[in-house]
Structure formats: structure tokens, C-alpha cells
Design a binder for this molecule. Sequence first.
Ligand SMILES: CC(C)(COP(=O)(O)OP(=O)(O)OC[C@H]1O[C@@H](n2cnc3c(N)ncnc32)[C@H](O)[C@@H]1OP(=O)(O)O)[C@@H](O)C(=O)NCCC(=O)NCCS
Length: 178
Amino acid sequence: MLEGKNVNLRVMEKEDLPLYAKWINNPELLGEYISPGQTSTTEIEKRRENNPFEFKTFIIEKKDGNKIGWVAHFYVLHPMGKLLEIGYVLVPDERGKGYCTEAVMIMVDYLFLTKEMLCIQAITDTRNIASQKVLEKAGFTKEGTIRKRFFSRGEWRDGYLYSILRKQWKEPKILTKE
Ligand SMILES: CC(C)(COP(=O)(O)OP(=O)(O)OC[C@H]1O[C@@H](n2cnc3c(N)ncnc32)[C@H](O)[C@@H]1OP(=O)(O)O)[C@@H](O)C(=O)NCCC(=O)NCCS
């Protein structure tokens, strides 16, 4: 368990899969910038077994144990070396309270403390202001526009690439080294 002030991150377990499947199949919850899938719990289980991108999902929990979303990390494969990327979603009722920013900051601490990577990246739709605010508040820098990167809801969309370098992060903001 990764403990923050208002939220904790807990590695997703098998018993979370029905809720997670409900979430990732729900267009309202994913918002207008992420394409919903139609994914069964069996498919999610299979993906967890055969996982070339080392996709790992953490459930975001409030201190009372309420599950309010998820944050995930995964690798983008590139011949020059692996790139480490994160993604996140929060249930609508809990948005705008700073929980996602805290979850991303915990994840950044965790990744820089446990993986020998120089950089963590994230990509948002250029219209997704809430997500851009989360990344900027968590210390990420906008690198630039990546044109026509996502196919979502019947159209190709532009994204912003954000990143945080280890030297920018400097030290843990929420977790400790112990
Ligand atoms: C993106 C998302 C995770 C942000 O979660 P959150 O809990 O609202 O994030 P926070 O409260 O930590 O910060 C959000 C900031 O964006 C602001 N914001 C939210 N919606 C906004 C909008 N439409 N326009 C401008 N600002 C907006 C909030 O006011 C807040 O800023 P503030 O702290 O300066 O007041 C959430 O909106 C979500 O789950 N969206 C759908 C899925 C998604 O888009 N995921 C990201 C994919 S890259």
C-alpha cells in the first residue's frame, strides 16, 4: 500500500476486477477524451497474465477505503529503450478535490524510488484541461503537441506529451525513502 495524506494507492487484486471492468466499460466515467472498451473480466485477467507492456494498475482509495479510481503505469516499447508512462481516471463524484493530483504525485515518487528511469511521461488530449492541470500540479512539463495520436470516438485526436525528469523531481514529495 502506498500511503498519501488523503488517498492511498493499492495494487489492483483479482477481487477488484468486476469494479474495474465496470469502470473501463463506462463512457460516462471515462469522459469525452478516452474511448470506452467492451472488456470482460476474463479478458482483463488474460491481459494481466500476458502483459508485454508490464501494465500495472493501482486502485485509488480514500482513507475510509472507498474506491474512487485508478492510476496505472506501463512501458512504451521503443528501440532506443523503454519509456515509462502513466494514466489515471477518477469517478465523477470525486473529481475536483485534488485526489488525482495526489495519486499522481504518489505514483511519481513510487516510480522514481523503485525504477531506474530518468523520466516519466503522460499523454493527454489537448482539450483535456483537467488532466493537464493534474500533470502540471504534479510537476510535469509540457513537451509539445503530438498530432493525431489517438483514435477515439470516431476521430483522430491531437495530444500533449508531458514528462517529468528525475532531476526535476529531485526527491519524494509524499512517500519517504524508508
Ligand atoms: C483528469 C481527472 C483524472 C482529474 O481528476 P481530478 O480529481 O478532478 O483532479 P484534481 O482535482 O487533482 O485537479 C483537477 C484540476 O482541473 C480543474 N478542472 C477540472 N475540470 C476542468 C475544466 N473542464 N476546465 C478547467 N479546469 C478544470 C480543477 O478545478 C482542478 O484544478 P485546481 O486544482 O486548480 O482547482 C478526471 O477529470 C477524470 O477522471 N477525467 C476522465 C478521465 C481522464 O480524462 N483521464 C486522464 C486521461 S489523460
